[in-house]
Design a protein around this ligand. Structure first.
Ligand SMILES: Nc1ncnc2c1ncn2[C@@H]1O[C@H](COP(=O)(O)OP(=O)(O)O)[C@@H](O)[C@H]1O
Ligand SMILES: [Mg+2]
Length: 510
């Protein structure tokens, strides 16, 4: 792949602002024929905005777009498709009650009144086979997994003859195997003459899938490089604007006695179905047990049951040998459970209350701040809050600022400060870095590993395997509410783990 190729797309000097935010600031990118261009950037860097402009969802404040050398005006996704531009958005746009085939041909005029369904279906099957993206054309979309829905979104664009395909953070919802198949499909597309813009904030996949990479930071282009000529560390530095430590060392900690023990636990989800179903596991002092799994396999219900937010239908939960299956939440907090929930603004904090109140929400129970009997000692609280704000480098105008005005990373720091300053013996961390940028992520990793060093047992529930590998001592795979197997946190076991995540136990296949 070199510079001799024709340019199929140029976006030049694109700017776009939303109330108070410059989402794109004089951004220029170029896509060449038959290449994969990665758009790399942290959350909020402006990647989706730029692509929404290209796909006709937003209109740029200024700048121009050229396709195959000609200036074009794209006012809607329909316009975009007419110019051969198709986008798979982060949130899918399929009609659940329609079949795969119906969704794919939706909006195509040339089919006439009564489309020849058989033809359409076999054409879709063919396309799916060609790209290694198998779908069932007759299945109703609501019955399908996210991975299948994404395949349909991609096939829809190929079916409609898109030549420039935009994939916005496509791997966020996939198992490692599905991601690998997607990378193969992307390579096939470019072999067939299409050009692909692949959006990501993950360095590994950018290195794997792209020919060139353009890095965005805070709405501006930081630089563009040939992927083969740049290192992961360079990209990381460009993305965050400083050096980051990507290989965080796990501290060498002696694994101690059992802290958490779960026996044959059953927990129902909000629909009243058993989503934790006979699950057993244990975590010891100083140990991080990573739970890998595709979202929706009981992770949330498991975490909530351990913390006491959800009742156990059956089975037992022990903390340091004591049965806490039916203990109150406050009882569990007193016993030393800390919970970093996935839902930062709903469960974890009270968004309208000040930072200081959020920092001490739980201390009426633990009485960590010495209040004199009936009064809350405001001076003490503000002193203690300022201390935590400093220790956890929480960027906030003051401890009186409502939490909702902080950035995602800083809200997470408030949660960490509150949960971890109480020296817990068990930490349940659910997606602790979801939506955070690399800098904040690094902080969360360090903080959790510091707790491990102090002897806490940590149950880590995360969707991203690299996060689990980076922190865990052992990896357990959850599938349909059960632990289906264990593996060491080593990339050599990715395939085995992925198979278990997808419901086929490694040992079942030959
Ligand atoms: N519809 C919108 N209204 C207001 N602000 C928006 C809107 N879309 C994006 N933004 C803001 O623009 C910036 C860039 O967002 P986005 O393009 O989604 O970033 P990325 O895809 O790189 O994560 C962010 O600060 C985001 O909050
Ligand atoms: Mg985005």
């Amino acid at each position: 792949m070199n510079g001799e190729r024709n340019s199929v797309l140029e976006m030049r000097h694109i700017s776009k602002h939303f109330a108070g935010v410059k989402a794109n600031d004089n951004v220029s990118i170029e896509l060449k024929e038959g290449e994969v261009l990665a758009l790399l950037g942290e959350n909020g860097a402006g990647k989706t905005t730029l692509m929404n402009i290209l796909f006709g969802i937003y209109r740029a404040d200024s700048g121009e777009i050229k396709i195959n050398g000609k200036n074009v005006h794209i006012a809607s996704p329909h316009d975009a498709l007419r110019h051969g531009v198709g986008m798979v958005q982060q949130h899918f746009t399929l009609v659940p009650s329609f079949t795969t085939a119906e969704n794919i041909v939706l909006g195509l005029k040339e089919l006439g009144f009564i489309p020849n369904t058989r033809n359409v279906e076999s054409r879709i099957e063919e396309l799916g086979m060609r790209y290694g993206l198998p779908v069932n054309p007759r299945a109703k979309v609501w019955t399908l997994s996210v991975g299948e829905k994404q395949r349909i979104e991609i096939l829809k664009l190929l079916y409609k003859g898109a030549k420039i395909l935009i994939l916005d953070e496509p791997t966020a919802v996939l198992t490692p195997q599905e991601a690998e198949s997607l990378f193969k499909a992307v390579k096939k597309m470019v072999d067939d003459g299409a050009s692909v813009i692949f959006i990501s904030h993950k360095l590994d996949e950018v290195m794997e899938v792209s020919d060139r990479v353009t890095v965005l930071r805070a709405g501006k282009v930081v630089g563009t490089a040939n992927t083969a000529e740049i290192t992961k560390n360079d990209l990381a530095r460009m993305m965050v604007g400083r050096d980051v430590i990507l290989d965080i060392q796990k501290p060498d900690v002696e694994i101690g006695k059992k802290i958490l023990e779960i026996e044959n636990l059953k927990v129902k989800n909000d629909k009243g179905l058993l989503s934790v179903n006979n699950l057993s596991l244990e975590v010891r002092a100083g140990e991080v047990l990573g739970i890998a799994g595709v979202a929706g396999n009981g992770q949330r219900e498991l975490a909530e049951a351990i913390y006491g937010l959800r009742k156990a239908e059956d089975g037992k939960i022990f903390l340091k040998g004591r049965d806490i299956t039916n203990a109150s939440i406050s009882g569990r907090i007193k016993e030393g459970i800390a919970y970093i929930p996935e839902d930062r603004k709903g469960t974890a904090t009270c968004p309208n209350l000040p930072v200081s109140t959020n920092l001490f929400l739980k201390n009426t129970i633990t009485r960590l701040v010495n209040s004199t009997h009936f009064f809350i000692d405001r001076k003490k609280i503000s002193e203690k809050a300022s201390e935590l704000i400093k220790d956890y480098s929480i960027m906030t105008p003051s401890h009186r600022t409502p939490v909702k005005l902080l950035s995602g990373g800083n809200i997470q720091k408030v949660v960490l400060a509150r949960e971890l300053s109480r020296t817990p013996s068990l930490i349940i961390a659910s997606h602790p870095t979801r939506g955070l940028d690399i800098g904040a992520m690094e902080f969360v990793y360090r903080t959790l590993l510091e707790q491990k060093r102090k002897g806490a047992a940590i149950l880590l529930l995360a969707g991203e395997l690299y996060e689990i590998f980076r922190l865990s001592d052992r990896v357990a795979v959850i599938y349909e509410g059960k632990i289906v197997g264990y593996a060491p946190p080593d990339p050599a076991h990715i395939e085995e783990i992925g198979l278990m995540m997808g419901g086929s136990k490694a040992g079942d296949l030959q």
